[in-house]
Design a protein around this ligand. Sequence first.
Ligand code: FES
Length: 205
Amino acid sequence: MSTESAISGVNPNVDTSRRRFLTLAASGMGVIGGAAVVWPILASLRPSAKAQAAGAPIAIDLAVIEPGQKFTTTWRGKAIWVVRRTPEMVASLTKVTGELVDPDSASSKQPEYTQNAARAIKPDISVLIANCTHLGCIPTYRPDHPAPDVAANWEGGFYCPCHGSKFDLAGRVYKGSPAPVNLSIPPYRFASDSQIVVGEDPSAA
Ligand code: FES
């Protein structure tokens, strides 16, 4: 999803599984009308197609992501996830470390400023490259728990249906998965408390 969609509040890539269908249906016409009005303005703010193809940084409005939700966009041709983790989700990260291949992310790819317990600049905001580190499939977001169809002691995370890799809510891979390392993390920085920029390190601010 592009930056302009995040700004406009039309968020087809936010995982809204908890919301009711009827609520979406009732608000649909209003959203369409509003989008038509703001589109010319947003189009003028959009990075050029050439800049996007070259991997220009993208800004993401965090206000559109509710606690527990996953937002999906793309950067440099890769799917990018942003998850607003609840305190419970952050707490779950310490419960599973004994079951992980690389709990300290020593052999995984991430900026050094995210090589910490939460794999994040701020624990409640997780930013991940969504491609499974096995063969590149996009895993399914499974924050629900317990979830015996995924694992007996599942605390929430991501499940790759292609060959069964499992990742926790920081993208750390479970032992026994075909994926060899954790999900990667792109460079990113906080432009403000409510906006991140993917593709730039904090030192770029
Ligand atoms: S691509 Fe994810 S488990 Fe194979």
